[in-house]
Design a protein. Structure first.
Lengths: 97, 126
């Protein structure tokens, strides 16, 4: 057969996934820099972290290295922790204790 | 037998490619929304599209895609399992985070809602 999964996947990642995510991450970054209030910035940061999480999963297939995917766990949980800490600080004006 | 396995690989591959494409398009739409919407409480909608449609759906797509990639060898089962777990984590965690940040922004009056028609919560809580 003339169709090879490997070649198609490499071209798909390089010419479709990477441009889409570069565009969306740039737009999120503009909101992160512009963001008039703190919650806006936190939302944009969480979105960037989830995007990077997906991107890392895709890259682990692209580079044929399964260990890249372990970093995605930390990214997903880190965005959640950022949300909760900022929410707690905004509401109670203190962290922990 | 081997041709049947090959055809199953193609089916998995196209399901994965479809889910990943849907996720990438959702993500671009969500980022445009996050940039263009007028207010924080409206932007929250775009942000949750970006986290569920733009991360959970394509990561499940990556999991199915990884199963079809025979060139990865046995690593593909590791990638499959990790991707499913990451998708589940984001699926449960992203709504909780955005709800917490919206609640904190409202109650601490960091962001005062502008485009609201009737604010019953403000009337009750004072």
């Amino acid at each position: 057969m003339g169709f090879s999964i490997e070649t198609f996947l490499m071209n798909y990642v390089l010419y479709f996934i990477v441009p889409c995510f570069l565009i969306s991450m740039t737009l999120y970054l503009i909101r992160l820099i512009k963001g008039p209030t703190i919650p806006d910035m936190v939302l944009a940061t969480a979105c960037i972290a989830y995007d990077a999480c997906f991107f890392m999963c895709m890259l682990s297939i692209y580079f044929r290295n399964a260990y890249l995917i372990l970093a995605a766990f930390c990214l997903a949980l880190w965005a959640f922790i950022l949300d909760l800490y900022v929410a707690k600080y905004l509401e109670a004006r203190e962290l922990g204790e | 037998m081997s041709s049947m396995v090959l055809e199953l690989n193609y089916v998995l591959f196209f399901i994965g490619i479809t889910l990943t494409t849907i996720g990438a398009i959702f993500d671009v739409i969500a980022s445009i929304g996050l940039l263009r919407f007028p207010e924080f409480y409206v932007r929250l909608h775009a942000a949750t599209i970006g986290s569920i449609g733009g991360a959970v759906v394509p990561i499940i797509g990556v999991a199915i895609l990884a199963l079809s990639c025979t060139f990865l060898g046995p690593q593909r089962f590791f990638i499959f399992g990790c991707s499913i777990v990451i998708a589940m984590i984001i699926f449960f965690v992203a709504p909780v985070g955005s709800h917490a940040i919206a609640r904190a922004a409202y109650r601490s009056r960091t962001v005062v809602p502008k485009y609201v028609v009737h604010d019953e919560l403000r009337r009750v809580r004072g």
